[in-house]
Every structure is written in structure tokens, then in C-alpha cells.
Design a protein around this ligand. Structure first.
Ligand code: 5AD
Ligand code: SF4
Length: 457
């Protein structure tokens, strides 16, 4: 969501003449878009802001703004604590940002704007930000009304509110015109899309997006298991552009923890929904989020989480140690779990999940997968061969959201551009977090991988 919001920040500031630079030292304006979801994210934001002090000393006219969820939560306190910050703006102040930046540039004042409003922010129609990416995020709704007891989102992002389908479709059409082929629709709980406002259902929205010409793939996140509807489950079967992957955060496998988290579903309901998804679309990949060490979580509760992970055999799992958040009710709960115990549980969970990562990835070795090439692989840049490779290493994703890296014989010179190409690759090796493939019908190149151990037979 912050990636999308950062793009909107660029969009509203570009009419003032601002452009992106990758050199902080060259910037006239630095905006830090913060996340407050867990304690660590907030600490990272403040340590990043701390590193900007030197830049401001060297260039006093530099404007530094702090936006996003930490800004919403802390407001004016940030201005009081950090003397070189000029602007603090909350999650619902994006469209007022240009006015604030102009005010500061002209009057050198300091501004805090964390006003919340019940209206959805719609930016005036206009050219979308073009950044060369093949896959993009599109927010379909903002805020959340669920009030899970550990979560800060309802307090910093406000009440749930949905965008009109027409605005969403127009935005995606605009992106497709610039070369985008895949969109991920974003909302804290997409299942309640449009309900409050009497708009169409989320499944109906997906059908509309599915009809957009030139768009290749659709993903969405996040769906709350409690109201994952049958209609949405069948969308995986019926909509050819909807990818075969769902992120369905479970948070815990223990009913008593789920109750205290206010998640409003049971482990049984979760297992039932994942069964139904697999019946509707055999081979669908399922990923999830799990919090360990929620206040009062016993060894038995944690064992039930491990048991659920064994039952579902997730394709991937995002695991977090519980952290207290301002305003979230669980911060006041008794039975806090000590840090070393949370860490021990996290490591046990990660170790178990690694087994399923390897197992699920290994099952793909020998199959042919259609991938959308979305860039160069992380480890290998196109400038020269590294780690035993003598060419360009590309990366793409399968419909099930698995990362596939490969070298294409035709692009060894570095001349061929595969960005945005939809190609078939034969999966040759499986790693914990990625696959290695070979484009079919292209002469194989000799491979020499360093680093990760291969799980291939
Ligand atoms: N502590 C730890 N993890 C949290 N998450 C949300 N709030 C907290 C918290 N207070 C995790 C949840 C959520 C993911 C985005 O972050 O697993 O799904
Ligand atoms: Fe937070 Fe729960 Fe809303 Fe997700 S559904 S954003 S965890 S309150």
C-alpha cells in the first residue's frame, strides 16, 4: 500500500516540477513514507529519518516531510522531537500535500496535517506515474473496520472506504496503455469491497478488471478468511486472468488465540476455506501471515499453529513476532511473551515452513510454467557476468507467484530485451524461495550456480 501511495505522492507533486532522483544529496525535497504495522517498521523509519540530519545541515533549504502511518500516529510530536523535519502529513492528507510543500518552500513554516476524513481520496484524472514496471499495485479500498486486537491499521488508516469501480477500471486502463500487464488490487479486506457504499461486490469488480483488453494477469491482496466468499473462491476457477495464488493470513492456528485476536473465525473454518480453494482451482498456491507470541499464547496454542501449517502446507509464509502497537487493545493484554521465547517460536515455525517451501518448489521441477518476465534477477545485473554466469539473468513469476530466474541464450549478449515477455520455462532446479528455469525451445546454457543448495533430484 505504501508503494502505491508513494506513486500517488509523486503524481501529486510532479505538477510542481518535482522529479524523482536516486541521489538523496541532490534532492530539494525528501518524503519519508512510513509504516507502523510492527514495532520494527517504525524503528526503521526513525533510524532512516535520523540519517537525513546531515543532508539538512549541508543544505538548509532542503524540505523534509514524513508521511504515512507513523506520521498519522505521532502527528505534531514528530515536529517537536526532530527539529529538521518541516512537514508531517497523515494517510489522508496526500491530496493536500502540494499546497503544504508550496507553503513551506515560500514561507519556511513547519506543518503537521493528520486530519482524517470519511471521504475516499480520488486524485484528479491525469496521466498515471510511468515507471517502466510491468506489474503495478492499484488500491481499491482504504482503511479497515475489523479491529483485530493486535493491529494499528484501523487507527492510522481510518474507516474502511471503497473507490468507485469506474475510477479503478479507468486507472488500470491507463496503466495498461503505458505497458503494464499485471495489476495487484489492494485492500485490507477486499471481501468487504463496496459493501458500505452499495457498489458492486469484489468478485464483480474482478470480472470487470478481467475484461480489460491488454491486461494479462490480476492478483489481489488481502482477503480475510472470515468472509472469503464462495463467489470469490469460484472467481479463481472462472476468471482466466486471475492468478492461481491467494494470500490468506491465518495469524494463528489456535482457536483461543484467534478469539483474543478478534479474528472472528476458527481454525476449522480456515481449513475448510483452503480445501474449497483447492477444489475450485487444483494447484492454487496459498500463502499466509502468522504472528507468534501473541499475549497469552501457550506452548499448546503454538503447537496448534505448527499443526495448521503442517495441514495446509503453505507455499510461503510471512512470520512475525508479536509487537505492541499504540492504541491496539492487545498492548494492554496480560501474559506478554518474553522476547527470547517469541524468537524461539519464530525459528521453529520458519524451520517447519522451509520444509514445505522446498517440498512445494521441488514438485515443480520438470514442469513447464508460463512466466511474465518482470526484470533482472536480484543477484545478477546485466552489466557483466557474475557468479559463474556469462550473461543476463532474468526473472519472472508464475501464475502461482513463484519467482523463476533464468538465462536466455538469445540474450547472452545483453542486447535482447525480455522485459514484459510471456514465456514458457522448463523448471530445472528448486530453491527455498525461487526456481531456476530454462526457456523452452532455446538452446540450454551451461549452468554453474553458486550459493543456494539445489533441491532438484
Ligand atoms: N505484531 C506483529 N505482527 C503484526 N502484524 C500486524 N500487526 C502486528 C503486530 N502488532 C502482522 C500480521 C499482518 C501483517 C501485515 O503484519 O500478520 O497480517
Ligand atoms: Fe489489521 Fe485485522 Fe484490518 Fe488486517 S483485518 S488491517 S489485521 S485490523
Amino acid at each position: 500500500m505504501n508503494v502505491y501511495d508513494s506513486e500517488q505522492i509523486l503524481r501529486v507533486l510532479s505538477p510542481l516540477g518535482y522529479e524523482i532522483t536516486s541521489f538523496p544529496g541532490a534532492a530539494d525535497l525528501i518524503i519519508v513514507n512510513t509504516c507502523a504495522i510492527r514495532g520494527k517498521a517504525e524503528q526503521k523509519a526513525f533510524s532512516f529519518i535520523g540519517r537525513l540530519a546531515g543532508l539538512k545541515r549541508k543544505k538548509p533549504e532542503l524540505i523534509i516531510g514524513v508521511g504515512g502511518c507513523v506520521a498519522q500516529q505521532e502527528g505534531r510530536k514528530i515536529l517537536e522531537k526532530i527539529h529538521y523535519i518541516d512537514l508531517v502529513f497523515g494517510t489522508q492528507a496526500l491530496n493536500r500535500l502540494p499546497g503544504h510543500v508550496m507553503d513551506i518552500a515560500v514561507r519556511r513554516c513547519r506543518i503537521a496535517d493528520i486530519e482524517m476524513s470519511p471521504e475516499i481520496i480520488e486524485f484528479s484524472p491525469g496521466a498515471p506515474v510511468v515507471n517502466g514496471n510491468i506489474t503495478r499495485f492499484v488500491t481499491v479500498m482504504r482503511g479497515c473496520d475489523n479491529y483485530c486486537t493486535y493491529c494499528v491499521v484501523p487507527f492510522v488508516r481510518g474507516r474502511e472506504i471503497s473507490r468507485e469501480p469506474e475510477n479503478i477500471i479507468n486507472e488500470i486502463r491507463g496503466l495498461v496503455e503505458t505497458g503494464v500487464q499485471e495489476v495487484t488490487l489492494l485492500g485490507q479486506n477486499v471481501n468487504s469491497y463496496g459493501k458500505k457504499e452499495g457498489l458492486c461486490s469484489f468478485s464483480a469488480l474482478l470480472k470487470l478488471v478481467n475484461e480489460i483488453e491488454g491486461l494479462f494477469r490480476i492478483r489481489f491482496t488481502t482477503s480475510n478468511p472470515k468472509d472469503l466468499s464462495e463467489e470469490l473462491i469460484f472467481a479463481f476457477r472462472d476468471l482466466e486472468k486471475l492468478c492461481g495464488h491467494i494470500h490468506l493470513p491465518v495469524q494463528s492456528g489456535s482457536n483461543s488465540v484467534l478469539k483474543r485476536m478478534n479474528r472472528k473465525y476458527t481454525r476449522e473454518l480456515y481449513l475448510d476455506k483452503t480445501d474449497k480453494l483447492r477444489k475450485a482451482l487444483p494447484g492454487i498456491a496459498i500463502s499466509s501471515d502468522v504472528i507468534v507470541g501473541f499475549p497469552g499464547e501457550t506452548d499448546k496454542d503454538f503447537e496448534e499453529t505448527l499443526d495448521l501449517v503442517r495441514k495446509v502446507e503453505f507455499d510461503s509464509l510471512f512470520t512475525f513476532e508479536y509487537s505492541d502497537r499504540t492504541n491496539a487493545p492487545a498492548a494492554q493484554f496480560s501474559g506478554k511473551i518474553p522476547g527470547n521465547e517469541k524468537n524461539k517460536r519464530l525459528r521453529m515455525l520458519l524451520e517447519l515452513q522451509e520444509y514445505y517451501n522446498a517440498k512445494n518448489n521441488r514438485a515443480l521441477v520438470g514442469t513447464t510454467e508460463l512466466i511474465l518476465v518482470d526484470g533482472f534477477s536480484k543477484k545478477h545485473n546485466p552489466v557483466n557476468g557474475q557468479d559463474g554466469f556469462s550473461g543476463v539473468q532474468w526473472t519472472g513469476r508464475t501464475s502461482t507467484n513463484k519467482i523463476v530466474n533464468f538465462v536466455d541464450a538469445d540474450t547472452l549478449s545483453g542486447d535482447g530485451n525480455l522485459l514484459g515477455k510471456r514465456i514458457d520455462v522448463m523448471i530445472e532446479k528448486a530453491f527455498l524461495h525461487s526456481l531456476w528455469g530454462r526457456p523452452v525451445n532455446v538452446k540450454p546454457m551451461p549452468l554453474k550456480m553458486k550459493g543456494e543448495e539445489s533441491y532438484a533430484a
